[in-house]
Design a protein around this ligand. Structure first.
Ligand code: FMN
Length: 180
């Protein structure tokens, strides 16, 4: 059955590595009739959670910023794809802000179990650059939220002059096509 997929692109740079991998995933996923809502943090105003407890009372979130349209999409979603470049050996602060703000849905028990996937991009070629981010994905997204892992795309070494994104774009497209 066709799914509704939310892709959250945590890169502030449009048209670069993470964004291109998200688009390749989306291209593949749409081939099977899935619908996709892409949310890029680029140019958006997303405050960090301020622990005001507003979501415990009236919900979903007291802060009115660019997160608002994402809440409805997340509620409808059967799958959430998280994508991030590595900044200081972790996901970007922009993506972390989006995830923290999902707390408003978590508290309201509006987070039904979903499929998930992770796209991670690092300048360094060494796998150690992406370890913290992968551990966050496995220990928080999969173990704590109980979402089902559908795959990880790990594109490392983008800082190298010889780096070629093409094989990773193919992997991302194939991952998208595998979602049915
Ligand atoms: C502030 C900052 C911190 C970074 N930290 C790391 C890092 O710890 N390890 C690494 O491998 N690459 C690091 N990078 C490189 C990016 O992960 C890399 O350039 C990536 O391809 C950027 O993704 P984008 O093209 O989607 O913006 C950093 C880049 C920036 C701007």
């Amino acid at each position: 059955m066709a799914k509704h997929i939310v892709v959250i692109d945590g890169s502030p740079r449009k048209g670069r590595n993470t964004d291109s991998l998200c688009n390749a995933f989306i291209e593949g996923a749409e081939k099977n009739g899935n619908t996709v809502y892409k949310f890029s943090v680029s140019g958006k105003k997303i405050n960090g959670c301020i622990h005001c407890m507003g979501c415990y009372n009236n919900g979903p979130c007291a802060q009115k910023d660019d997160m608002i349209p994402l809440y409805d999409e997340l509620e409808k979603a059967d799958m959430v794809v998280l994508a991030s470049p590595i900044y200081f050996w972790h996901i970007t602060s922009q993506l972390k802000a989006v995830i923290d703000r999902m707390y408003a849905m978590y508290v309201a028990k509006r987070f039904k179990p979903k499929d998930t996937a992770f796209i991670v991009v690092s300048g360094g070629a060494d796998h150690s650059n992406v370890e913290e981010a992968l551990s966050f994905y496995h220990n928080v997204v999969i173990k704590r939220l109980h979402w089902n892992d559908k795959g990880v795309i790990e594109a490392t070494g983008t800082s190298s002059d010889s780096f070629d994104l093409t094989p990773y774009l193919e992997k991302a497209r194939a991952l998208g096509e595998s979602i049915k």
